[in-house]
Design a protein around this ligand. Sequence first.
Ligand code: G3P
Ligand code: MG
Length: 253
Amino acid sequence: MFDWNFPFWIAHRGAGKLAPENTLAAFRLGSQHGYRAFECDVKLSRDGELFLLHDATLSRTTNLRERLGDGASPEAAAHDWTQLAQLDAGAWHSRAYAGEPLPRLEAIVRYAQANGARLNLEIKPIPGMGAATGKAVAAYCAKHFADSADLPLLSSFTVESLAAARDETPHIPRGLLIDTWRDTWLAEAGQLKCAAIILNYSLWSAERVTAAHAAGFKCLSYTVNDESVAQWLIALGTDGIITDRVDLFSPAG
Ligand code: G3P
Ligand code: MG
């Protein structure tokens, strides 16, 4: 169903830990290290804006308290985009990135399209917004990616997000993320009409790669930061690696 043309090496959250995760600055740094494919975490704000953030709360990666006061809720779900857009999402990482904002998905898509980069958009919904977020990400991508050759890969741990994306845009490839083993993996990926299965790397084995390939799925891994693990996954014949270590692994091979 899908023509798979996604790069093997994918920079996790933009540039791993070298820049503030899920910011445009991280994408720029990942690009400087030669990366042409990027994973990032996408949420839908309560008032309908798609933006990048990993955690359910804003505490770890923004200056929430400093900017909005001690009484501000740490939950991302408690804020509209006008409030989220005021936050500094770079200063927590290092002085060099102070002032870096939370990006809207729109900014990331514009950057990727201007620079020929591919996106793995992980749908990471605010709790209770799984289907709405999957549908919104898929609809946004259907509108903004006209060329089938550079479609993003939509992935999620949240089955209802992938189901909503499948129903909204069957033609945009999907990847089922799995962190803890379950025997229903191939059946779930089949029901969701996925192109890929993206496992915590430690869950792969030669038998599972064979089974996934036989069922028509590409085999990807996260988050691989060790040279020997990467070599093992390459020897297994897997199809993609998501890494923090953009400084260690060269996507040029
Ligand atoms: O998409 C792969 C990986 O990002 C999944 O885990 O927690 O880093 O979003 P997490
Ligand atoms: Mg992620």
